[in-house]
Write a protein of this length. Structure first.
Length: 262
């Protein structure tokens, strides 16, 4: 396949799925990592896609409070930061706990760490997160999937989800968020998802928010919880000093998760 043909095929994949990873493209086209990265640079230079760490996403001009990127788009953003955050978050979970994970790519990354923790009961409104635990095949883990209507970010929301959650009590909730500010708190661009997430917050004895630095200053249309409701917020070294100061004043504990050994 000639380079222009391959680049057109890559562009079609990005448009179809919202985002792609370099490793996936290497396998799909049977070329080197360097070749794929050059293709992405060429396409990005023409304004046809946006390069992110480890892959590429569609070019979006939508920045409003109701813009909701799809799961594939978000999955290739801040991957290294999300892995570090997930490692720190997983250390907070004890065997035998009842743990809730809201939908999101950071909580999905966390799920892969929790899959090795014995005797967990997992409550989630994410099919993708439920699949992580299903594939482990551990008989000592129980997964409760709420049901509901699926959003663009693959969250299950709506009356069915809320009704299921209201019957439950969990030890800790790991809440994925779209944005966070002092004024608006933790927010999402989907109002139905906010309602479902608020039900999860009420069901939890402890609230932990794993959120990379890009979430700071972003505001979704609907508030899930105030900053002060978070017992722990886990972010990464990219979080700027003013944000750290503001968050430290409001959340119970601010944790900065760096790479292994940092």
């Amino acid at each position: 396949m000639l380079a222009p043909q391959r680049q057109q095929a890559i562009l079609e994949l990005v448009r179809r799925h919202g985002g792609v990873r370099v490793v996936e493209l290497v396998r799909a086209f049977g070329v080197s990592d360097l070749t794929i990265r050059r293709d992405l640079e060429t396409l990005a230079g023409r304004g046809l896609l946006a390069k992110v760490r480890g892959g590429a996403t569609i070019v979006s001009t939508a920045v409003g409070s109701t813009h909701e990127p799809g799961f594939a788009v978000k999955a290739v953003r801040q991957e290294q930061e999300k892995r570090a955050i997930a490692r720190r978050a997983a250390a907070l979970v004890r065997p035998g706990s009842a743990v809730a994970l809201s939908a999101g790519t950071t909580t999905w990354t966390l799920a892969r760490h929790l899959a090795a923790v014995p005797a967990l009961t997992i409550v989630t409104n994410s099919v993708r997160i439920a699949d992580v635990f299903r594939h482990t095949g551990r008989p000592d883990q129980t997964v409760v999937l709420t049901g509901g209507v699926r959003t663009p970010s693959d969250a299950l929301v709506g009356p069915l989800a809320v009704a299921a959650i209201r019957q439950l009590n969990v030890d800790v909730l790991f809440l994925g968020v779209h944005g966070m500010t002092v004024r608006a708190g933790f927010t999402t661009p989907n109002m139905m998802e906010a309602e479902t997430d608020r039900a999860l917050v009420k069901a939890a004895s402890r609230l932990v928010v794993p959120a990379d630095h890009t979430k700071w200053g972003t505001i979704g249309i609907s508030t899930i919880a105030e900053l002060g409701e978070a017992d722990v917020l886990i972010s990464d070294p990219g979080l700027p000093p003013p944000a750290r100061e503001a968050l430290a004043e409001h959340v119970g504990e601010l944790v900065i998760a760096g790479p292994p050994g940092a």
